[in-house]
Design a protein around this ligand. Structure first.
Ligand SMILES: *Cc1c(COP(=O)(O)O)cnc(C)c1O
Length: 359
């Protein structure tokens, strides 16, 4: 079977080496040595400011909304994983969708101002497929209207924009270290910010509000990552540059071998060092996509419809807004298999099936 993605697993003995440290201390959670070590290594590798690693990539979005005291309406993208929207609704806030830019697939920055009302307090946008939003424009809109900016950077591990880690942009950026993501800890994620005061608040919030064992700074939740998860991250991290290089090769193969004229590829934003996290292709219509998915499935190849449906059509969204571009692209976009040991024979097969059915 060829799945859309396959989790990179480090040599088991390397994972065991880190587990041994936890075993020796009989310390498997509550910020042990492995969690602190992984935070430091990530901070140094990615050149980020403040980092808190967490138990998944969804709670950081909720913590960011809470910590920044976001109220009322949040301007957001309809083209993302459901966690972006569900986090807003979970925090009793109203998502106000803004359609996407059809070539980059990120929120269309030229439409944001139209969506702002007196109730708007934040912009929550996704660097979808690791492709940065138009950060400079979003930044200036946020300044003009005094809005907070949160970036769901779940896909953006290792990406730089204007020679700076993508995680250093916005008031808060979040990442996911889920097993299907580029860098992973099985389940996991992170919060990033550039301000010490904000970091302290985020930190309290992610650990029940504890300020020492018997004192509480305020309200909090449990977003702590365990030593077992950090051990996985420590074992995966030494391979990440090779993983990214391998994915680049695979994407280069796809772009050279697929019939470009019948497919649209994502446009990566200028001044970006991309991470090759996903390979989405956009077909001219949904029935062609469904036909090709069926042909691939017949050969045991399972691409995924990331992201479908467009999030403005989720069942719990009231007063549905129309998002013509996001809805149209959601119906036509397919992420092709992309993982470390996907070989040329399988890649050739995938390209042939797609090309044969395009014409
Ligand atoms: C994966 C993902 C998340 C959530 O991450 P989890 O670690 O699975 O909780 C959030 N946003 C986007 C865009 C994602 O793809």
């Amino acid at each position: 079977m060829i799945p859309v993605t396959k989790t990179f697993l480090p040599p088991l003995e390397e994972y065991n080496k880190y587990l041994q440290i936890a075993w020796d201390r009989a310390w498997i959670t509550n910020r042990g040595e492995l969690v602190k070590k992984l935070e430091t290594l990530l901070q140094n590798k990615l050149h980020t400011n403040y980092i808190i690693i967490t138990n998944n990539g969804t709670i950081p979005i909720q913590i960011a909304l809470k910590t920044l005291s976001i109220k009322g309406e949040v301007v957001t993208t309809p083209f993302s994983y459901v966690a972006t929207t569900s986090s807003i609704v979970w925090e009793n806030l109203k998502p106000v969708f803004v359609d996407i830019d059809p070539s980059h697939l990120t929120i269309d920055e030229t439409l944001i101002e139209n969506a702002i009302t007196e109730k708007t307090t934040a912009i929550l946008a996704t660097h979808v497929f690791g492709n940065p939003c138009n950060i400079p424009i979003i930044n200036s809109i946020a300044k003009k209207y005094s809005l907070k900016v949160i970036y769901d950077a779940a896909h953006a591990f290792g990406v730089t924009f204007n020679n700076k880690s993508i995680f250093n942009y916005g008031d808060v950026s979040t990442c996911s270290f889920h097993a299907t993501k580029l860098f992973h800890t099985g389940e996991g994620g992170a919060l990033f910010c550039s301000n010490k005061k904000l970091y302290d608040k985020l930190f309290y919030h992610h650990n029940f509000g504890h300020d020492g064992p018997e004192k509480f700074h305020g309200l909090g939740i449990n977003a702590k990552i365990s030593e077992l998860q950090a051990a996985m991250g420590l074992a995966v991290l030494p391979y990440i540059d090779d993983i990214i290089a391998k994915r680049k090769e695979i994407i280069d193969f796809y772009t050279q071998n697929l019939h470009k004229k019948d497919l649209q590829f994502i446009k990566i934003r200028k001044d970006t060092n991309w991470n090759y996290a996903y390979f989405p292709v956009i077909f001219s219509n949904e029935s062609l996509l469904l036909h090709i998915v069926q042909k691939l499935n017949e050969k045991n190849i399972f691409p995924r419809r990331y992201f479908f449906p467009s999030l403005n059509n989720l069942p719990y969204i009231k007063n549905k807004q129309k998002m013509p571009i996001s809805e149209s692209i959601s119906k036509r976009v397919l992420c092709l298999p992309l993982y470390n040991d996907l070989n040329t024979k399988d890649l050739t097969l995938i390209c042939n099936i797609i090309n044969d059915n395009l014409t």
